[in-house]
Write a protein that binds this ligand. Sequence first.
Ligand code: F6P
Ligand code: MG
Length: 454
Amino acid sequence: MMAADQTVHGVPSSLSAKVVGSFAYLTVRDRLPTILTKVIDTIHRNKNKFFEEYGEEGIQAEKQTIALLSKMRNELQTDKPVLALRDTLQDTEYWNQYLQKQQKLQGDEESVSWFKSPWLYVECYMYRRVQEALWLNPPISDYDVFNEGKTQSFFESQQAMMALCTYLEGVNKNMEDLSKNQLLEHFNKLLQVSLWGNKCDLSISAGQDNSQKTSPIDSLNSLQPFILVNDSNMVWSTLISAQKPGQSEKTTAVRVDIVLDNAGFELFTDLVLADFLVSSGLAHEVHFHGKSIPWFVSDVTANDFQWTIQQTMAANHKWMSKNGVQWKSHLKEGVWFYHDHRFWTQPHEFCDMAMDAPDLYATLQGADLLLFKGDLNYRKLTGDRDWDYTVGFSTALRGFGPAPLCSLRTLKANVQVGLQPGQGEKLGSQDPDWMTSGKYAVIQFYSSKSEQKD
Ligand code: F6P
Ligand code: MG
């Protein structure tokens, strides 16, 4: 049997906490237990609420959920084997099959455990086990343990959101008079705002405040040198060449899908970008893809998505509330769509999607452009493997490409491809944390039509 950490046919091993001192190791050793402790604390703090809602049953559920989570934290910290799931959710069977697959890959001598298995797998598994602990305690099954942090991050970014809405209003008001170059300039700005919005996730900071306090437009120039790969011209040309004038309404609709990452400020920047895409006519439909369960602390669920739009509508700021109303109407009128699919909360690399979630793959094939937000999506696009920095993005995608796609990601994990020779080494010597600090970013594009990037 092939060991999971070997390079097979040029495909490098998965990142793993097995490598002592690596970012994966430090995440599993320090960050994940901290996140679990916060989850436990949140559930405990809400004890009275559960009692008010469900009486004694709520208190029992609180206790049992905490007991399950503490047990998991102990399994993690003592590197115990990863256990099969015991709940009855839609994807339980998939997870348990995946565990068997991992066991086969690792061989029978060593069990699949927290520190010895692929980091991507165990990290996803931890969030799925949090869901299991809640699910096994029915009155509080639907409780989102990360909700408090997500709402707080939304409120703490209000100033930045207002500044963004004022900017968007200025653009939308003059849309008719904009030259193509001016349109391109606004497009680049809003794409970069959405890119840097990804700095604000709560998983990298183990739940600490990570909101946006300053005007996002004003900081763009100074952030420019930190974009290591910038393929935005290809994103733009993809949108331009997708315009099919003169055909019937149905065939001319340009569709952009945004695979969302974090709630709070990042989601807001994605909604602003989507608003601009529609108001400029660059896209006619935007499909958002979120998570079906609370995930990686701050990722967007259907509830977060709806809540954000409600809050935007209710804001005490003229342009912000105007945007909220507009966004609600986009959803109602079938201009914007929100989807979730269990595949997004499974541990698979995206190159497995065509096989493991063919329905989702087919949905994505309907897009003219796919925008993948954030670090976790990048890890899944590239398989979270130990690639050389100069390997082409298309090589790392390993056949994944339902439509032209672009990753908008700040670097928060040590996987990076598509760099110039020497670029990664130079960064490493100047700034040892360059891959994990969220200070650097990429706008990285791939299309099977062009294959320019390899
Ligand atoms: O815990 C590590 C991690 O997966 C990192 O890759 C990243 O810091 C974070 O969690 C998720 O980041 P993002 O919200 O950008 O996907
Ligand atoms: Mg996230």
